[in-house]
Design a protein around this ligand. Structure first.
Ligand code: HEC
Ligand code: HEC
Length: 371
């Protein structure tokens, strides 16, 4: 029997890279501090999908969406005759056609909701303009993103199960091998790429490979850099910056709501066991600045989540807020006790940008750990 060339190199490269990039995005979703990697993989997946969609219209036979068998009746027949049919498919069988379209559609939505979350919560990327708008309190996109992630793993699971079932039932069809070699042991026409198709493939695959490399090496790029400006408290409010960083990290005013600052500033004499009292005029001056820039007036994810978590509790320490406790619960007590950390309240040991009012996920390192 003759061997036919079914899956051209660009189609196979797309498939292989998609597996790698999705795996990368999955693994890097684990830690907040790996967000840049997660975003880089996400953008790379997006670029790959763009290529695949173009390829689906102008690519070679079998890879074109028009060649997919997306009729429900075909799917039904295929499923019902799975065990005793010996029909071979040059391209995708009906079940695989649905799986591929499903995976492409869900992955596209995953990239879109990821971008929205990145814009709304992190003030980064193409949707950064949504940060600080009425969306600021929304975790809707993040929740959708997680839901779609789960759906994608289900689809991938079904797809892999299908391939292995096919391998078991129809070993002679050579489907599994064709993923790598591109050849299937069937009669038929082999695909041959036109010059135009080769050009699209070079551009598309090249773009998908260049995207993560660019995002990870050029840190100040328009797709992942934050749009949040750092604050220089020493020039903006020298009194606050000098007095309130004398004993500890300079806590940005946005980390607590106004009422917490009022309570804290009302009793500086008994300030966490220290006397931090100031002259009345200075206290008033600092309090006014803290209240004017308190959580209520901030748009950062940290500001919103910290104060939302305390609801009506009378808390004057960031480390006492439920959100702070929740995000730091995986950090062992002995890490906080390290000389290089010196306690939970010493944010700047791990958050290199806290004194510039930022607290970005990409600026977290635990002293003494590999980052
Ligand atoms: C004389 C030293 C001193 C000065 C000055 C001082 N603090 Fe503190 N502050 C402390 C100590 C000690 C703690 C407790 C830290 C800990 O729990 O490890 C603390 C804790 C805090 C916390 C809670 C940190 C947490 O656990 O989340 C806040 C908020 C705070 N201070 C704000 C201020 C502000 C605002 C000023 C300026 C008006 C200020 N502090 C000035 C000594 C000081
Ligand atoms: C020992 C190191 C360490 C110290 C000290 C520390 N943090 Fe963190 N913080 C982390 C790590 C690590 C994470 C990420 C946790 C995760 O994603 O699982 C984190 C996460 C956060 C987040 C959540 C970021 C997000 O986008 O969800 C906020 C907000 C935060 N820290 C604020 C603070 C503040 C304020 C202080 C000081 C009062 C502080 N942290 C002290 C290590 C530290």
């Amino acid at each position: 029997m003759k061997n036919s060339y079914i899956w051209s190199l660009p189609t196979r490269l797309f498939h292989g890279l998609l597996v790698l990039f999705i795996l990368g995005a999955y693994l890097s979703a684990e830690e907040e501090s790996w967000l840049l990697w997660h975003a880089a993989f996400g953008f790379a997946v997006g670029a790959l999908l763009l290529f695949r969609i173009v390829w689906g219209f102008w690519g070679p036979e079998h890879s074109r969406f028009a060649d997919f068998d997306l009729k429900l009746s075909s799917l039904k027949t295929y499923m019902l005759t799975l065990l005793n049919s010996h029909k071979t498919y040059a391209g995708h069988n009906p079940a695989a056609s649905f799986a591929v379209i499903g995976i492409i559609a869900v992955t596209l939505l995953l990239v879109l909701t990821g971008l929205l979350t990145y814009g709304v919560q992190e003030n980064r990327g193409l949707f950064a303009f949504l940060h600080g708008t009425f969306f600021k309190k929304m975790e809707l996109f993040e929740e959708l993103h997680e839901l779609l992630g789960a759906l994608l793993y289900l689809l991938i699971g079904a797809h892999i199960a299908g391939v292995f079932l096919d391998r078991l039932l129809h070993p002679s069809h050579g489907t599994l091998r064709s993923i790598v070699s591109g050849y299937k042991p069937i009669e038929g026409r082999s695909v041959k790429l036109t010059f135009f198709q080769k050009a699209i493939a070079l551009l598309g695959i090249g773009l998908a490979l260049a995207t993560p490399v660019y995002l990870l090496t050029v840190r100040d790029n328009p797709l992942t850099a934050t749009h949040t400006a750092a604050v220089d408290y020493r020039t903006e409010h020298p009194l606050f910056a000098n007095e309130c960083a004398a004993c500890h990290t300079l806590y940005p005013p946005s980390l607590l709501p106004g009422r917490s600052w009022r309570r804290l500033m009302a009793d500086l004499e008994n300030h966490f066991g220290d006397d931090a009292s100031l002259e009345a005029a200075e206290t008033q001056n600092i309090l006014a600045y803290l209240v004017a820039n308190a959580a209520e007036h901030a748009t950062s994810e940290a500001a919103f989540k910290l104060s939302a978590s305390m609801s009506n509790m009378d808390i004057i320490a960031v480390t006492q807020t439920p959100f702070w406790k929740k995000t730091h619960r995986r950090i062992a007590a002995d890490i906080f006790a390290r000389d290089a950390v010196k306690g939970r309240a010493n944010c700047k040991a791990c958050h290199s940008d806290v004194e510039r009012g930022l607290l970005e996920d990409t600026n977290i390192t635990i002293p003494g750990e590999r980052s």
